[in-house]
Design a protein around this ligand. Structure first.
Ligand code: PMP
Length: 427
C-alpha cells in the first residue's frame, strides 16, 4: 500500500516549486503511484484503464516485465559512460532500429526527446539543402523547444519568439479542412507557399502522419506523396515525425508514413520508442548524414546504455507479442463500436484514426461543427469517475484522444465505449 504524501500535499509543493506553466488534467488532479500494463493505480489503490499511455508513450505497457528487466540488468552493470567509448547496447539498438526502416534510411542518431529529434532533423534539412525555409502543417505539434516551437502550429503551445523562416500550410484535415479530403488542392497550397513566400527553394517539410496533439487528425489520403514531390523539386528534404505514430500503433503499418505510401528522407521518433524512457531518435540516409560529419555532433545522454537496452527490448517485445497486428485488430473493433455510438449520440461529430491512434471529436452542432468544449470537459471528468483515463486534444480541446498502451484488449475497448455511452446519456 502507498504511504507517501497525499494528492493535496503534492499539488501544494508542485505549485510552490514547479513552473506555473505546468498543466494538469482533471479538476482534482490524480496522484498516480503505480502502473501495470494498461492500468494505472492512484494513491488509494483505485485502478484506472489507461487510454492515453502517458501521452502515447507507454507502447508495450506500464512496467512491461521484459523491458523492465532489460533496463534493470543494464542499470546494474553500467548506466553511463558516453559515446566517447564503445558500448554494444547502442550499436545493437541502432542496427535493430535501422532494420525496421525502408529504403536508404540506415543512419541513426540517438537523442532524449521528440523536441530534440525534430531540432536535429531541422538542422540536417538546412545543412543538407543549403536553404533555411521549413514548411509544416497548421495544427501540427513538433515540440516546445525554442526552435521546434516554430514548427508547431497551435497558438496554445507557442510563445512569441523569433521562429526563423517557417511556413505553415493549410492542414489537409478531412473533417475540418476547407478542401475536405482533396489532397491535390491542399498540396497546391504547399506549391503556392514555395512560389509566393520563398526564394523558390526550401530546406524541408515536416509532418506527423496522424496529428497527435492536434486531435488525432489523419491527413487526406495521397497528400504526402504529392507534397514530397513538390518539396523535393524545391530542393527540400521530407521529414516524417513518427513520435506518436510509429512502432506499429497504426496497426496497418509499422510507420505512420507508410499509410501514405511515401519514404521520407528523415524520420524522427520518441515517446513509444522507449516505453517511458527518455529516448528519441533520428534516422536518415548516408547522404544526409554525410553533411553532419563536417562538425562533431554530440549528445551526452543520447543512446546511453540503459535507454538503448530498454529501446532494444521495446522493439523485441512489439515483434514478439505481435503488437502491430493486435493494434489493427483491437483498433478496428474500437473504431467500429465508436462509429455505432456516433449513430446514437449527436454530440459525436467525427470518429477517426487507425489502430490504437483514435480520435473522437465532439460538436454541439454537426452541420456547423461547433466544438463542444464545455461538454468535452464534463465528459472527461465523468470518464475518470468511471475509471477510464482519456487524452484531450485539438485547438479547442474538444477531441478525445484514445491512444492506450498497445496491450489494450477488445474487452478494454468495450468497457471504454460502454462508459462513454453511459456518460453521454447522462449529459
Ligand atoms: N512530435 C510530436 C508528434 C509530439 O507529439 C511531441 C510531444 N507531444 C513531440 C514531437 C515533442 O516531444 P517531446 O515532448 O519528447 O519533446
Amino acid at each position: 500500500p502507498y504511504n507517501g504524501p497525499s494528492a493535496d500535499q503534492i499539488l501544494e509543493k508542485r505549485k510552490k516549486f514547479l513552473g506555473p506553466s505546468l498543466f494538469y488534467y482533471y479538476q482534482k488532479p490524480l496522484n498516480i503511484v503505480e502502473g501495470k500494463m494498461q492500468y494505472l493505480y492512484d494513491e488509494n489503490g483505485r485502478r484506472y484503464l489507461d487510454a492515453f499511455a502517458g501521452i502515447v508513450t507507454v507502447s508495450c505497457g506500464h512496467c512491461h516485465p521484459e523491458v523492465l528487466n532489460a533496463i534493470t540488468e543494464q542499470n546494474k552493470l553500467l548506466q553511463h559512460a558516453t559515446t566517447i567509448y564503445l558500448h554494444h547496447a547502442i550499436s545493437d539498438f541502432a542496427e535493430a532500429l535501422a532494420s525496421k526502416m525502408p529504403g536508404n534510411l540506415k543512419v541513426v542518431y540517438f537523442v532524449n526527446s521528440g523536441s530534440e529529434a525534430n531540432e536535429l532533423a531541422m538542422l540536417m534539412a538546412r545543412l543538407y539543402s543549403g536553404n533555411l525555409g521549413m514548411i509544416s502543417l497548421r495544427n501540427a505539434y513538433h515540440g516546445g523547444s525554442s526552435s521546434t516551437i516554430g514548427l508547431t502550429a497551435l497558438n496554445t503551445w507557442k510563445y512569441p519568439i523569433p521562429e526563423g523562416e517557417i511556413h505553415h500550410v493549410i492542414n489537409p484535415d478531412p473533417f475540418r479542412g476547407v478542401f475536405g479530403s482533396d489532397a491535390t488542392r491542399y498540396a497546391k497550397d504547399v506549391q503556392d507557399h514555395i512560389e509566393y513566400g520563398t526564394s523558390g527553394k526550401v530546406a524541408g517539410f515536416i509532418a506527423e502522419t496522424i496529428q497527435g496533439v492536434g486531435g488525432a487528425v489523419e491527413l487526406a489520403p495521397g497528400y504526402l506523396k504529392q507534397v514530397y514531390d513538390i518539396v523535393r523539386k524545391a530542393g527540400g528534404v521530407c521529414i516524417a515525425d513518427e513520435v506518436q505514430t510509429g512502432f506499429g500503433r497504426t496497426g496497418s503499418h509499422y510507420w505512420g508514413f507508410e499509410t501514405q505510401g511515401v519514404i521520407p528522407d528523415i524520420v524522427t521518433m520518441a515517446k513509444g520508442i522507449g516505453n517511458g524512457l527518455p529516448l528519441g531518435a533520428v534516422v536518415t540516409t548516408p547522404e544526409i548524414a554525410h553533411v553532419m560529419a563536417q562538425k562533431i555532433q554530440f549528445n551526452t545522454f543520447g543512446g546511453n546504455p540503459v535507454c538503448s537496452a530498454g529501446g532494444l527490448a521495446v522493439l523485441r517485445v512489439i515483434d514478439k507479442e505481435k503488437r502491430q497486428a493486435h493494434c489493427a485488430d483491437v483498433g478496428s473493433h474500437l473504431i467500429g463500436r465508436l462509429r455505432s455510438l456516433q449513430d446514437k449520440h449527436d454530440i459525436i461529430g467525427d470518429v477517426r484514426g487507425r489502430g490504437l491512434m483514435v480520435g473522437v471529436e465532439l460538436v454541439t452542432d454537426r452541420k456547423e461543427k461547433t466544438p463542444a468544449k464545455a461538454e468535452t470537459a464534463i465528459l472527461f471528468e465523468k470518464m475518470r469517475e468511471l475509471g477510464v483515463l482519456l487524452g484531450k486534444g485539438g485547438l479547442h480541446g474538444n477531441v478525445f484522444r484514445i491512444k492506450p498502451p498497445m496491450c489494450f484488449t477488445k474487452d478494454d475497448a468495450d468497457y471504454l465505449v460502454d462508459a462513454l455511452d453511459y456518460a453521454m446519456s447522462e449529459l
